[in-house]
Ligand binder design. Sequence first.
Ligand SMILES: [Zn+2]
Ligand SMILES: [Zn+2]
Length: 115
Amino acid sequence: MHNPEAEGGAYFVCDFCSKSWSDERPMVEGHRGSLICSQCLSIAYTEVVHLRTGSAINPDEMCIMCRETERPGFLWRSPVKDDGLICTRCVKQSAGVLVKDPEYGWSKPSDPSAE
Ligand SMILES: [Zn+2]
Ligand SMILES: [Zn+2]
């Protein structure tokens, strides 16, 4: 989300952990200004892509990145925000965006079950 009262990095606030943008915490933007930071994305990626855990979506919920209510697969649920939900597709898409930008120096988390 955006915080109109703040300037610079603090203007951008992760919708999943409520922390603001910094060099160590780049973000990917979804629909309507929703934002997920690299650290939340790492956790989400490990859980829904590698471990295949996560929650099913309830009828009154939606992925805040794509605003869709019916997504196949798992959703990652923010541990601190009730409406912080991201679907598997958005996790993969956001990871693809972050990985492509060398300035961020982010890489997809490795598969913990493969070690
Ligand atoms: Zn975050
Ligand atoms: Zn989504």
